[in-house]
Design a protein around this ligand. Sequence first.
Ligand SMILES: Cc1cc2nc3c(=O)[nH]c(=O)nc-3n(C[C@H](O)[C@H](O)[C@H](O)COP(=O)(O)O)c2cc1C
Length: 348
Amino acid sequence: MRTLESIQLAGIPLHNRIAVAPMSRMQGTQDGCPAEETASYYARYARHKAGLVITEALYIDEIASRAYFNQPGLATDHHIDAWRRVTDAVHAEGSKIFAQLQHAGRLAEPGLNSSVIGATGRAAAGTTWQTGSPNPSPRAATHQDIEHIIAGFSAAAARAAAAGFDGIELHGARGYLIHEFLNDQNGRTDCWGGSLTNRLRLAGRVLAAARASCGRIPISFNYSMYSMDDYAYRPQAGAPELETIFKTLRQAGADILHISTRRTLRPEAWGETLAQTAKRSAPGPLIAGGGLATLADCERALADTGCTVAALARPFLANPDWIDRSLGKQELHAYFPGMERRPLLWTP
Ligand SMILES: Cc1cc2nc3c(=O)[nH]c(=O)nc-3n(C[C@H](O)[C@H](O)[C@H](O)COP(=O)(O)O)c2cc1C
């Protein structure tokens, strides 16, 4: 089975081609450290054979980047030692771990940050993910805010390397800040909005800044089309726009593209899956995930999309031992909403 073969992902040796996709658990300490159980939580996935673990989204600065209450971060040097315990625990089980870095932008929980910053002053539609509150009204990021945000990603990437992570992943998906800027309705009229070149500027600058600060570890860029506030979003310019996005992200320093959709194996309107579009237009290391439920699905994803690694989120939340269960043909538990709020070491 190709899924279970060892592979190099952008120079990182993995003992198989299965990743635990990033999953926010909102159970860090008040000051943004991982919880007491976090090391055992991530190490449990490694013990049950996951080749790669990508952490939940970690906030990058103390100004406006936090998305959720009790979200852990890599925003201060104090967080480095806390994450070192987690990376050591995963490495002791023989797997690799990437840190996902996030700026919440306008999808932050109200009352969490001293200010809410978005591409414009327009609030996202609908309610927040954690508390179901109406999405807050942001203020439009100034040039100075944007420079602070880029510097924040850069510093957090350096901390990730110092904490022993094998790679970092930038959260450029689901409507959070970097993704909001990429969106064709970003609404800005300055050099950060309007044309696709301008909308790609923030992602490119963050990639370059992270590259300069994190040394030799690979950088993954997590991209989705959909946002938490618009599940149906497709760029009006269609596939050509996506091709330009993927090419530009690679040129700007994304060693790995992580395409996270709701259905990895479902072709888009233009006749191929989003991961296929990424692979075709910007060849190179690729993680693909979303809607993969079985080992057979992972095999199909590798074959159909040409991805290097298949990523699963909810199946791992419901079955920390998903690989062992799948190999033993044991019954798999189904995910149910709210499972992410159960204690980290809870077993379904
Ligand atoms: C509880 C939960 C938390 C998530 N948190 C994150 C996150 O922190 N960062 C991220 O990029 N995606 C996050 N996602 C999205 C997943 O990584 C994944 O793309 C999505 O769940 C589809 O994959 P699946 O069908 O295997 O669950 C989350 C998903 C779930 C269900």
